[in-house]
Ligand binder design. Structure first.
Ligand code: SAH
Ligand code: SF4
Length: 349
């Protein structure tokens, strides 16, 4: 059995024809799922009873239980959702001036082993299917619907737990589904994938022909430091990564965002800022400086406000496009990269 949420409109139309129905059935179903937001085949009342029965034989609609809901003083919401096999993932609603963004997890746990990251504290248990990412967006949309202010999810960032490019096909299917005009209609320019930097996937992504955004978790200005905190750098050092970034920019015509967490006494000196600026030469990348959210299981500390400011100023002075990331939900550990998969006994909360 498959989930209806796993289907792009195109695939669902094909599937309808395969099972002897008219392809417009797919549009009807999409409207129930994504406009009326009904998570139950029995309630799709403009579809005949017999066809609803047939649908139930072929497809399922899972409605994840919310194991925990945390709401921050700033309106940020974090949900822990239970998946069908009992595993769980976190997802977050962040409210920006320009809209509502959902931070989606792409795997249960993560195998990339970045030393500073809470999501990587448990090894990857499994990839998430597209429908399990869709359900994260739908549960946040349900929360907004219950608030009754007629707001919708307008942006999606794939920055929760997991490495999206280690689950490439499911992530691309997810993007296609949320981007669908007759579905959630989240604009491609409002969708961002964040990766720890897997060059062949960066290049593949550059050729997808859809105007989605790419963010690269860089977090160091030289190989020596990056090797210490991100094991992926040993397989793909900065030269190889930046070669892929340049190809991405050429192929897609889009610029990347470089994410750079500022860690005290590790990567936050003026010299580091200058190294970073040199790395960026020949790209159109812009830099997003991220205040570190301390994780109790490791020793990393966030840079002081003064160091963040001077790092920022140095990049500006050299002419790099740079911003400092706004912090959300600090009281409920809701920052991207702080989202955890829960597995009894393995990780404390
Ligand atoms: N695996 C992907 C996407 C998920 S992590 C990636 O690494 O890009 C999303 C972002 O949060 C990454 O830039 C990650 O490096 C960052 N991050 C991880 N732990 C963090 C923490 N404790 N504080 C702030 N950012 C963190
Ligand atoms: Fe995985 Fe990203 Fe965390 Fe690294 S930063 S361990 S790639 S989730």
């Amino acid at each position: 059995m498959e989930s209806l949420y796993d289907y792009s409109l195109e695939n669902l139309s094909k599937k309808m024809v395969e099972i002897g129905q008219k392809s417009f059935r797919a549009i009807q179903i999409y409207s129930w799922l994504y406009q009326k937001r009904v998570n139950n085949i029995d309630l799709m009342s403009d579809i005949s009873l017999s066809f609803r029965e047939k649908l139930k034989e072929d497809f399922f609609l899972y409605n994840p239980k919310i194991i925990r809901k945390q709401v921050s003083y700033d309106g940020t919401v974090k949900l822990l959702l239970e998946l069908e096999d009992g595993m769980s993932v976190e997802t977050v609603l962040m409210r920006y001036d320009y809209g509502n963004a959902v931070c989606v997890s792409s795997q249960v746990g993560c195998n990339m082993g970045c030393k500073f990251c809470a999501s990587g504290l448990i090894k990857k248990q499994r990839d998430l299917k597209a429908y399990e990412m869709i359900l994260q967006v739908m549960k946040i949309q349900e929360y907004l619907d219950e608030e009754g202010k007629n707001e919708r999810v307008s942006h999606v960032v794939i920055m929760g737990s997991g490495e999206p490019f280690d689950n490439y096909d499911n992530v691309m299917n997810f993007i296609k589904i949320i981007n669908e005009q007759k579905g959630l209609a989240i604009g491609a320019r409002h969708i961002t994938v964040s990766t720890s930097g897997i060059p062949d996937k960066i290049i593949k992504y550059s050729k997808e022909g859809i105007q989605v955004n790419l963010a690269i978790s860089l977090h160091a200005s030289n190989n020596e430091t990056r090797n210490k905190i991100m094991p992926v750098n040993k397989a793909y050092p900065l030269e190889v990564l930046f070669d892929a970034i340049k190809q991405y920019e050429t192929n897609s015509g889009r610029r990347v965002t470089i994410e750079y967490i500022l860690l005290k006494d590790l990567n936050d000196s003026i010299k580091n800022a200058q190294e970073l600026a040199s790395l960026l030469k020949g790209t159109f990348a812009y830099v997003n400086l991220i205040p570190y959210n301390e994780v109790k299981e490791n020793e990393f500390k966030r840079s002081s406000k003064e160091n963040v400011r001077s790092f920022y100023e140095e990049l500006k002075r050299i002419g790099v496009n740079v911003t400092i990331r706004k912090e959300f939900g600090t009281d409920i550990d809701a920052a991207c990269g702080q989202l955890r998969a829960k597995k009894e006994g393995v990780i404390s909360e």
